[in-house]
Design a protein around this ligand. Structure first.
Ligand code: CTP
Length: 452
């Protein structure tokens, strides 16, 4: 009996898949089809698979060509499957030509001609109602966002807006986009707006975009006042558009897994969280010179607040700030201490003081520790009283990580809104904490001037 094996995602099952399986089966007597898991697809950069694993397996089964269907969940599995199932022929489409020649040492490798003019990517693109992304702002994060868009099929960076027209022109030329001098014209020409302008302008730009009926991803901090955040969410709901805060950590697969493990009861009841993120900045950058909206907390606070709000909830009982202030009145280092009903937490960040940037989640049975850069979680450990018992978890984090929030955003569209990765109440709470921080900063500086 000749045993054949093939692999694929088989998303939005199409004629190309059918023909591939038909010919794969004809190569032998027994066909095994490996269908990829969501997490394996994510890890290899295929982010916007539409159908669930069960649906994709059912579709393969329906063809009647597969004698056995297995799950492909890791790199290197092909080699072990060939050994395990006693495979004679390994086959895939010609788009993979050459990539699996190394398997020739273990079985025969056959590349079948790919069916022309059809692919899951094409079908996903057709399904998307959102295609044209407009970017407000031209800073470093905006450039990263444009690069990350390229990893998500069905969307492309269309146009950029910046009241500084020369910056907009330069950005558009660098990233092969158009630029628009008029905000309304810009908004009319796009489907989704990414707001990456200076912090204090996020609210106004998001509001204008939502009013124009556009979906919005707004960079953190989304708003500097709780009432502004609430107003934007309400407006978006009334307009029927999707609005969310772009804190990349909330959407990256490793962090998501970490929160799942933390809340699973594995380390018992969580009682203490410590999150720290420091990044020494050049003193001449906006972050350390914009006396109104620069400083550590406005820049990095969203990251360090995230774990505690996700785990303890958005309602805290007490909150205190301690900062080290620079000569220009900006915080070089800020420690925020919280008391929640079931635990305590500290969120520490700094642009002018360096510290160990780690995340620690302590519970009644054990603790989770993630080293820097935990905000791009790829690896974390769970420790217990017994020092020899350590559980290790890994997840991939690709590129700048913004691709996860973009693909998550797209997969939510048209569905009942499900913002569990970063909820409205979490974003509103963060805006409220930013507001409180700014109030304290201003009253402190007023007092300081008075004493002098
Ligand atoms: N395939 C094919 N002809 C097509 C599309 C896919 O022969 N037009 C083959 C692939 O070469 C692979 C198998 O079908 O052996 C499963 O491919 P998969 O990656 O799931 O499908 P694609 O349509 O290529 O998906 P995507 O666009 O996401 O890459």
């Amino acid at each position: 009996m000749t045993k054949v094996i093939t692999y694929g995602t088989f998303d939005l099952f199409h004629a190309g898949h059918y023909r591939l399986l038909e010919r794969a089966k004809a190569l032998g007597d027994y066909l095994i089809v490996g269908v990829t898991t969501e997490s394996f697809d994510k890890a290899r950069g295929k982010l916007n698979v539409v159908d669930s694993l069960v649906t994709r397996m059912e579709n393969v089964k329906k063809t009647g060509f597969a004698d056995e269907i297995i799950i492909e969940e890791s790199v290197g599995q092909k080699f072990s499957d060939i050994k395990k199932y006693g495979i004679d022929i390994f086959t895939v489409g010609s788009d993979w030509r050459g990539k699996f020649d190394y398997l020739n040492d273990y079985c025969k490798v056959v590349y079948l001609e790919r069916t022309k003019d059809i692919s899951s990517t094409m079908l996903r693109e057709k399904q998307r109602s959102i295609q044209r992304v407009g970017i407000i702002g031209t800073g470093r994060i905006a450039g990263r966002f444009v690069q990350e868009i390229k990893s998500v099929s069905g969307v492309e960076g269309q146009s950029v807006y910046n009241p500084h027209i020369e910056s907009a022109k330069r950005f558009a030329a660098t990233w092969d986009m158009t630029h628009c001098d008029n905000l309304q014209d810009f908004l009319n020409g796009v489907d989704l707006v990414y707001v990456a302008s200076p912090h204090e302008t996020h609210y106004e730009y998001s509001k204008a975009a939502i009013e124009a009926g556009k979906h919005v991803i707004c960079e953190k901090p989304m708003a500097l006042k709780k009432s502004h955040a609430e107003e934007l969410f309400d407006m978006a709901k009334n307009k029927g558009v999707y609005f969310f805060e772009g804190i990349k950590t909330a959407y990256c697969p490793g962090f998501h897994k970490l929160i799942g493990v933390a809340c699973s009861g594995r380390i018992g009841a969580i009682r203490n969280i410590e999150a720290c993120f420091t990044k020494l900045e050049n003193p001449n950058t906006r972050e350390l010179t914009d006396v109104n909206y620069g400083g550590s907390f406005l820049e990095l606070g969203s990251y360090v607040l995230l774990p505690m709000l996700k785990i303890f909830g958005a309602e805290y009982e007490d909150l205190r700030f301690e900062s080290i202030w620079g000569d220009n009145g900006l915080d070089l280092f800020t420690k925020t201490s919280f008391r929640f009903s079931h635990g305590i937490a500290t969120a520490t960040c700094g642009l002018g003081v360096k510290s160990e940037g780690r995340l620690l989640i302590a519970g009644t049975k054990g603790y989770i520790v993630v080293g820097a850069p935990w905000w791009k979680t790829e690896y974390f450990e769970v420790h217990y009283e017994d020092p020899d018992k350590i559980e290790k978890y890994t997840e991939s984090f690709l590129g700048y990580g913004l691709r996860y929030e973009i693909s998550d955003f797209l997969s939510q569209l048209g569905k009942e809104k499900n913002d569990f990765k970063l909820t409205r109440s979490e974003s509103v709470a963060m805006a409220g904490i930013m507001e409180k921080f700014l109030e304290e900063k201003h009253s402190l500086h007023r007092l300081d001037r008075f004493l002098r």
